[in-house]
Design a protein around this ligand. Sequence first.
Ligand code: 5AD
Ligand code: SF4
Length: 465
Amino acid sequence: MGDASKPVTQPGTKGLFIKTYGCQMNVYDSERMRDVLKPLGYAPVDTPEAADLVVLNTCHIREKATEKVFSELGRLKDMKAESGGRLRIAVAGCVAQAEGEEILRRQPAVDLVVGPQSYHRLPEMIARMARKTGDVLETDFAAEEKFDALPKTRELDGPSAFLSVQEGCDKFCTFCVVPYTRGAEYSRGVDAIVAEARELARKGAKEIVLLGQNVNAWHGAAPAQDSAGGEWGLGQLIRHVAKIGGIERIRYTTSHPRDMADDLIEAHRDVEKLAPFLHLPVQSGSDRILKAMNRQHTAADYLRIIERARLARPDIALASDFIVGFPGESDKDFEDTLALIKEAGFAQAYSFKYSPRPGTPASEMSLQVGEAVKDERLARLQALIRDQGMVFNKAAVGKRVEVLFSRDGKLDRQALGYSPYMQPVHVADGAHLMGRFAEIEIVGATSQSLTGRLVEAAVRAEVSA
Ligand code: 5AD
Ligand code: SF4
């Protein structure tokens, strides 16, 4: 969770507070909503109390995420009453898409509802809201129209910028709402992506994170100036983006094993700017469960892919997502998942208890697993991942790594950055490092992060875009 707000109140402007739940695609969308609303005079403020418009950019992936939205709306309703109606409330994101009508029915304080493919229409919607005429619900799937309509300028929140290149999903894993909330797979064109990457570089971005629900399903026609022509995959796009001056590091997330093309794996070997990090969700290590999930690959297929990735880039850090307690998951199936984790060796992982989602095939499957079993499996899986994270992070102690500092740490003057392997790195007295790359000597490790100290005179010289 994060928020795309900043304390910039100026007389005559309207306060905007965007609260973001869920994935990085939502973080990107929140930033773009801020860009869309800027010409209307909306400027980010620090708190919802100071805002004229609060946008909840919501997540529908698990039940808990959805519940949070309704409880937050309850709080906002009171705030709106206290503001004498000045405060307006918008619900965006995947809950808006899936349950828009329901939101308007259950919480009359909500002024407008906008899905993840429709937020470029916010200005018209706000005008209609002010006139009290017309529709306050927009949930069309029009990814292409959205990207064309978004402002060409981008504001940065730090040296690392998200760039959405692909949206939606056609894979229909049986547990997942994404194909219903984000619609069919859509890839943005090369020229639009490169223009946005250049704009980000011009504004000072040093790292670009290419985003998509299935980012490695991205494909697009080669640009006209490419003599070889044909169809590009993500690997070629990465090679192309790597040529943009000022962009020093490239990441991409999240990938599907089925779309792990040779060209992308080779990019890990060839493209120096491509971070040695691969987030490749596997969800389960049991072939029976993978089949029931409609993942369209086996555990062995997955292990072969990561072996190829390690051949291309031996130091690559691997991350994954896991679901425990999918319907019908037996003790043996779960043991297979633990066995896959042991064989693969992950640097980090996200793990979740299966949460039945309305309208998905798995929610109607028999043999739903009880909460107590899910809790126990999750704890065992997380302990194993923690051990692996510890091994991975400890191996960095005593080494020097290049860290891009993007945030303040929790302690005074502490800076937080990320290593090429996506490890959070804390440095004391590092406030001057903010927004920059620096070479850091790692002096300590936990299962989830590193501490380090600045190597004298190792702050990388600024490279102009
Ligand atoms: N229940 C639990 N976890 C889920 N995920 C997606 N849908 C569900 C669900 N219904 C997890 C998957 C996915 C991540 C983004 O969220 O692990 O990779
Ligand atoms: Fe959901 Fe599966 Fe698509 Fe990922 S690949 S977004 S888990 S349906």
